[in-house]
Ligand binder design. Structure first.
Ligand code: ADP
Ligand code: MG
Length: 320
């Protein structure tokens, strides 16, 4: 992607003294990507735990420092959102930049998504967590930033048992939305990318909203809705919005939840709900009862939100 859409102004000054003079590194890795390793560490002065992301500056023979600075700048912009991981400090060596972040002890929500049903999320949990994800994403979108890699591996929890709060991580693909000129490569992970990404069409904040639709589906059912046997099949499923709301997977899940997902998995990005509209959707504004429908007038819904299913509109007119 064109480097001009990277954010380059940061406030954090990278420290140049050795990282290990201030931190003790934990033995095991918390995670690993193509160009980064994340390890738990303890700050010697405070005894506090952090997560350190070690990012290589040179990748495939190319200088990628500006990509890492972009990641730092975006974490700084999101500093005031409680649902975006907190950046503590930054170190720089000849070969690496190290981001010292708040440690999210509950790990990836991915683990609960693939867990057996009795250990997975309940719909009530998902309502609470999706609301937090939306508040974090709304904060980003209001700052004109798109995440572009929202998936269960990049959404962490502060604790596991009891279930804590959300922390959004991994701003490696994030961009200033007003600066994106064109896309020449497919960003993100196939299962979660929006149709416009596959078609090399303009990316916008709506691109994240698609991923939140996929995320909600997975958190509720444990199933990845567009995943095919091959990458091609997955891409085809996405561009045709080939999705099923099978009875067995959605057993016990409310119609409001399905309606919420449908309002996000719309091929046309302009028809998708925005983050602020999602937070007003009856599934989230009042879980498990219909009070929310009384709060928002039908008129408002018709203007702002994409069409609700017939059933819901009926329900709305009944309660009003
Ligand atoms: P990558 O760009 O390589 O995907 P991420 O920032 O997503 O890097 O980090 C990789 C993995 O490391 C995450 O999926 C998560 O499991 C773990 N991780 C990242 N940040 C933290 C954190 N602050 N606390 C705990 N684990 C983390
Ligand atoms: Mg990641």
């Amino acid at each position: 992607m064109d480097k001009s859409c990277l954010v380059s102004d940061t406030q954090t000054v990278p420290r140049e003294e050795p990282f290990v003079s201030s931190y003790r590194l934990g033995a095991h890795e918390l995670g690993r990507g193509k160009f980064a390793v994340v390890r738990k560490c303890v700050e010697l002065a405070s005894g506090k735990e952090y997560a350190a992301k070690f990012l290589r500056k040179r990748r495939k023979g190319e200088d990628c420092r500006s990509d890492i600075i972009n990641e730092i700048a975006i974490l700084e912009m999101a500093r005031f959102s409680p649902y975006v991981v907190d950046l503590h400090e930054v170190y720089e060596t000849n070969s690496e930049i190290i981001l010292v972040m708040e440690y999210a002890a509950g790990g990836e929500i991915f683990e609960q998504c693939v867990a057996d049903q009795d250990e997975g999320f309940t719909e009530k949990d998902v309502v609470r967590l999706i609301r937090q994800i939306l508040q974090g994403v709304l904060h980003l979108h209001r700052s004109n930033v798109v995440h572009l890699d929202l998936k269960p591996q990049n959404i962490l929890l502060t604790s596991n048992n009891p279930l804590g709060d959300i922390r959004i991580v991994d701003f490696g693909l994030s961009r200033r939305v007003d600066a994106i000129k064109e896309i020449r490569e497919i960003l993100g992970t196939p299962e979660y990318v929006a149709p416009e990404v596959l078609n090399y069409e303009p990316i916008s904040t709506a691109t994240d909203m698609w991923s939140i639709g996929v995320l909600t589906y997975i958190m509720l059912t444990g199933v990845s809705p567009f995943l095919g046997d091959t990458k091609q099949e997955t891409f085809l499923n996405i561009s045709q919005v080939n999705i099923q709301y099978a009875q067995e997977e959605f057993e016990g899940i409310s119609d409001l939840a399905i309606d919420f997902i449908k309002c996000l998995l719309m091929k046309n990005p302009r028809k998708r709900m925005r983050a602020d509209q999602c937070l007003k959707h009856p599934w989230l504004s009042s879980p498990n009862d219909c009070e929310a429908l009384e709060e928002t007038t039908i008129e408002e819904k018709e203007v702002e939100a994409p069409e609700l299913s017939e059933e819901l509109v009926l329900l709305a007119s009944y309660t009003v």
